[in-house]
Design a protein around this ligand. Structure first.
Ligand code: MRU
Length: 357
């Protein structure tokens, strides 16, 4: 089990590893202000659908601690307002709304503000702990899908940094490497924010897993030359029919994988499944600032006056997805049936939408 963790609860504050600064600097943001937690999710100091769910949970616990000390307004109304603000910090990942929904359900029988605070603190810790356990199970289930001696290709960062620890797609790769199944990993750099080049490369190097970074546009040639035996990616939201929203560029990889006869696996905890959405058309895709595409960091690549279009995610239709690996089982087509069967085994499922507008 890797020691990498993107968040640490400190008793009355949360520490968040600032992923914008990796790999050159390891800077931690420590705060007891839930507004700064929201800002850290928005500006992607913390990113990855499960990780923002966990940090959002600690944020809600911090909001309750603060509101319990204040005489202004109704505690419950203000807590629900804070919950909505946290849920809306980023729109595409299901885990944030799912975690906030779980947090609110956990206080249903609390009688006093002290009980609310205590229940929220223990639920946040439970969500964090369970995410790590889920990832280890996803790793076990998914590693078996990778042939011995194979070289998988992965996209974005789905590792310990994107979760409570271990990772989803990168967790499968970690487990498969520990089992001796993997020869080499191909990691896409993942423009515009370079989660692959900065974060996945950092995790793989720390783990000592042989890896090659590729330009996003090199994936086709790798597949065509037979250098890749499986594509393994994470997910931000999965609809009931198995359509998958994930980091921009995932759809391209899925189409190329099918064209080249390569299995395309998606790994995600059940908190990413949004059974309230019939298909991927309904998934809200976050659009981020033009500057992310026009350059990188302080370096501007495009000429002044150039416009950009920056959808942060895309939706891969279910027909390109070979299997979806969750902690409770591996779903295969037809997904409406297989995902529903997995959700029947799940005892902790408030809707990611928190059941309200
Ligand atoms: O914009 P990001 O970096 O938050 O996007 C992350 C992804 O798309 C991941 O693939 C997804 O959240 C799964 S992380 C286990």
């Amino acid at each position: 089990m890797t020691q990498i963790t993107p968040m640490v609860w400190q008793g009355d504050s949360v520490s968040i590893l600032d992923q914008r600064k990796l790999p050159s600097d390891e800077v931690w943001i420590e705060t007891s202000d839930y507004r700064l937690v929201i800002e850290s999710i928005r500006n992607m100091s913390v990113r990855g659908a499960p990780a923002i769910g966990i940090v959002g949970s600690y944020g809600l616990a911090l909001a309750a601690m603060e509101l319990a000390q204040s005489a202004n307004g109704d505690f419950s109304d203000r807590l629900h307002a804070a919950a909505r603000e946290i849920r809306d910090a980023r729109p595409t990942g299901a885990n944030l709304g799912w975690a906030v929904g779980r947090m609110l359900s956990s206080v249903a029988s609390a009688q006093t503000t002290e009980e609310v605070v205590a229940d929220l603190l223990s639920e946040a810790a439970r969500i964090h702990r369970e995410d790590i356990e889920s990832n280890l199970q996803i790793g076990e289930r998914g590693a078996k899908l990778l042939p011995w001696g194979s070289s998988p290709l992965t996209h974005c960062n789905t590792g310990a940094l994107a979760t409570g620890g271990h990772g989803t797609a990168l967790g499968i790769i970690r487990t498969a490497w520990a089992d001796g199944r993997i020869e080499r990993v191909f990691a896409t750099e993942t423009r515009p924010l370079l989660q692959g080049a900065r974060l996945t490369a950092w995790e793989l190097a720390r783990e000592g897993i042989p890896a090659s970074l590729i330009a996003d546009s090199a994936s086709g040639v790798l597949m065509r030359r037979g250098l890749v035996q499986a594509v393994v990616v994470g997910a931000d939201r999965i609809a009931a029919n198995g359509d998958v929203a994930n980091k921009i560029g995932t759809y391209n990889l899925a189409v190329l994988a099918k064209e080249n006869g390569i299995p395309f696996y998606v790994a995600a905890p059940t908190g990413t499944l949004d059974m309230s959405l019939s298909d991927g058309e309904e998934i809200v895709i976050e659009e981020r600032g033009e500057e992310e595409v026009l350059g990188y960091g302080d370096m501007r690549a495009a000429p002044d006056g150039m416009a950009a279009f920056n959808p942060a995610f895309d939706v891969t239709p279910n027909r390109y997805v070979t299997a979806i690996v969750t902690e409770l089982g591996v779903a295969r087509p037809p997904y409406r049936r297989s995902l529903a069967a997995i959700m029947e085994k799940n005892d902790k499922v408030p809707s990611p939408s928190m059941g309200e507008g």
